[in-house]
Design a protein. Structure first.
Length: 193
């Protein structure tokens, strides 16, 4: 594999240096050449994007593509205000950086000009809305909401049939702290009255 040919890169794709080893015995050198040629943009040490072009210029990779490459294929889920506010429980939180639960890393990370807050916590493979309810209750302080106010709103939402009661109970058993479980049990009880 001597001198590398220019690899075929997916527009909007994110690559680790080692991903380039398929095209060269010296992946770091190939990465430097591709950056110099404008085919890759450095995001962080050893992480590069192949920009997608639009009529307005380069389009950055999606958050999902960034996390897929950074977490090396590990499971992750985006949570936080965007998901919590959509539940209709009265949360109106706003964060400057996306919150990403995953199985590998915790901390604040910046890729290019975009920052992410990563937390290594347990979460279901395909989180249902009921899991995001539990997550919101667990993070009420971060969301700037009252836990008791959220529990009262949850009881009203359960009366309307907005959430699956059994799935909520299941997500609570698996992912909630004792304090959150107590709030959910109260909301489930009040919603039957």
């Amino acid at each position: 594999m001597g001198t590398a040919a220019t690899p075929t890169l997916k527009p909007g794709g994110v690559y680790r240096t080692r991903d380039l080893a398929a095209w060269s015995a010296n992946a770091p050198r190939l990465a430097k050449r591709l950056v110099r040629d404008g085919l890759l943009v450095p995001l962080a040490h050893g992480l590069f994007a192949h920009p997608q072009k639009s009529r307005f210029g380069s389009v950055p990779p999606t958050d999902e593509e960034l996390m897929r490459a950074f977490l090396d294929g590990g499971s992750f889920v985006f949570t936080g205000p965007e998901k919590w506010n959509a539940l209709g429980l009265g949360s109106t939180a706003v964060f400057a950086t996306p919150l990403v639960y995953n199985t590998k890393r915790s901390g604040s990370f910046t890729f290019g000009r975009r920052s992410f807050q990563l937390r290594r916590v347990a979460f279901p493979e395909a989180p249902p809305a009921e899991w995001f309810v539990v997550d919101l209750l667990e993070n009420a302080d971060r969301a700037g909401a009252s836990r008791t106010g959220l529990a009262a709103a949850l009881a009203r939402a359960l009366r309307r049939g907005d959430f699956n009661r059994e799935r909520l109970a299941q997500m609570t058993r698996k992912f909630a702290s004792k304090a959150t479980a107590s709030l959910v049990e109260t909301a489930l009880g009040e919603s039957r009255a």
